[in-house]
Design a protein around this ligand. Sequence first.
Ligand SMILES: [Zn+2]
Length: 617
Amino acid sequence: MSIAPTQSRRTFLKAGAAVAGAVLAEPHRGFADAKDSLRITPPLRQFGYGDVELLEGPPREQFDRNHAFYRALDEDSLLKPFRQRAGLPAPGEEMGGWYSWAPLADLDKPGNNGFAPGHSFGQYLSGLARNYAATGNKATQEKVHRLVNGFAPAITPHFWDDNRFPAYTYDKISIGMMDAYEFAGAPQAFSVLDATLDSVLTRLPPGGISRAEQYARPHRDDSFCWDEPYTLPENFFLAWQRGAGNRYKYLGKHFLADSWYWDPLAAGENVLPCKHAYSHVNAMSSAMQAYFVLGDEKYLRAARNGFEFVRAQSFATGGWGPDESFRKPNGGEVGESLSKTHSSFETPCGSYAHFKITRYLLRTTKDSRYGDSMERVLYNCILGARPIKEDGHGFYYSDYNNDGSKFYHPYKWHCCTGTFSQITADYAISSYFGDDEGVYVNLFVPSRVTWRRGTDRVELTQLTEYPHRPSTQIEISNDTAAAFAVFVRIPEWAGSKTTIAVNGKRAATSPTPGQFARIHRTWRKGDRIEVEFDMPTTLQAVDPQHPKLVAAVHGPLALFAIGEIPARIRPAELATVAQVADGSTNWQTKTATGNLAMRPFMAIHDEHYRLYQNLET
Ligand SMILES: [Zn+2]
């Protein structure tokens, strides 16, 4: 039921309504063609949340902080917007901001009250379910169960009356319920998912229509044209794979944005300019699920090409989409954004979407450069996000303006408070992958992954202060000696002096940058792999139109100038920036006007900073 590009809008809308009706009549559950009939199984497997443990270090710190924060959210407040519409007693404080109901006319009032009531409920639920799967924390599991049980009686079609974002909000509820079922064993979650879908189905847009198509339809005001139906297929297809029933597969196909997005992207046409950044990268995960479920290579091509178009207009940090929009290639607009906006990258949402699509693409292609891209976003973007505040104020935009600073968004409980709960839960499963030959080390974060080979249990422990120290140490622990491969990502930027040693003995040849290095041997308990990365510092122009506006990037780490920043700096001065001590997050270099201090994003607090420096001409 994908939308053929030759169909007129009218036939397409008619077909959409008919399909929605037909799907309503489908049996809700059906296990006939679930998991085992995926057309494409990606060669690399993801580990379970419980298989990977983050050890002490910045990712674990952020994971713990978010786990504690979201577990402490008031359940009555979370359920309030749903109970209110269901006519149920709705105790508890209003959360306010985006999360609560408010008159539609209040959209522009301070606080942006009522923008998207209840929108992030499902994401908080999803993040908590994943946190439970990772930690086994009973209090977290109980909270997930209580939230599912509290939500069930509050499902009503009236929730979607005067609701700007039925697709956007349903999509998040669906992943929340799926994760509550799959990862936290909430028995009711699938029937709640079904009931929620029943309540919203006739309110969803008539297919995976674009924003332009939403504007062309009758609408109350512009804010009613910003729903994101083109992101729905990923979770519909996932629901079907997890056994929710065949109608989810039909709906996944129905909401595929073939005509205006996947067909042109697959054909190599860059249709990203002017599109909303986060939702269109998030939608690329729908293309990957379509590829797995339907087996049509078009969707893989579309996702790969789309991601390359994003990469081509990314900042040195790996972030993208100034003012939440993609720009025309070769127009110099990314460089111009540095003096025009402070809203450079929608960080928690963008990082979540970035991690998701790079995981899918890495698992499918085994191309380690998707891991390179993921780690850039990890160290330069999301790990530097400020902690969410108790009152719901959260970090939203990274600021790459020439006078940049870290700030909280003025609106409470916005979109990035939802994705923040999920991205930190996903650090662990993004760090390692596996196949029949062995294990892939993708992220260099302090962590331990455990898996079984036949009846043996194998444990791989990684200790590192990467990227502040250019090395990582991996230790294998297994019950009995076993032959398998450990694949280590060698970043594309790695220099020729990068080395891998096993038990202190260096390999004769240096590993190839931009690939996974394969180390195959019979591993015995206590065997150690040591990787020393040759980390160069490069100067990266913001775009081809601004070759003298450059960021210093050391390995994966973008460096931000702080304090007295000279108006112009010589390339050699910037390229020789160095840590003040081994492992430090303080960097400095000598310039004509004195010492210039620099820091990575995650080490910046209240100080103003500048990512892109003006080179002397
Ligand atoms: Zn956001």
